[in-house]
Write a protein of this length. Structure first.
Length: 69
């Protein structure tokens, strides 16, 4: 069995929860739950993924965490 790539992993967390009508993408009518990351998830090495952190988290359209610099 081969290694799992980045895109299927991200999709598994965001879209494959059988709640596609409510979550998984940013569009009108869906819950505004998202995280703003400090690094580009698609541009880092596999080893660097563990070091990515959220600098802002939004739940139901409200900022619930924001890292101040």
């Amino acid at each position: 069995m081969g290694a799992v790539t980045v895109n299927p992993c991200l999709d598994a967390v965001t879209r494959d929860l059988r709640m596609e009508d409510k979550i998984g993408s940013i569009e009108p009518g869906k819950l505004a739950d998202l995280a703003v990351l400090n690094k580009d998830y698609f541009a880092v090495t596999d080893a660097e993924i563990k070091q990515i952190r959220s600098v802002m988290t939004v739940v139901d359209g409200k900022i619930v965490f924001e890292e101040f610099q």
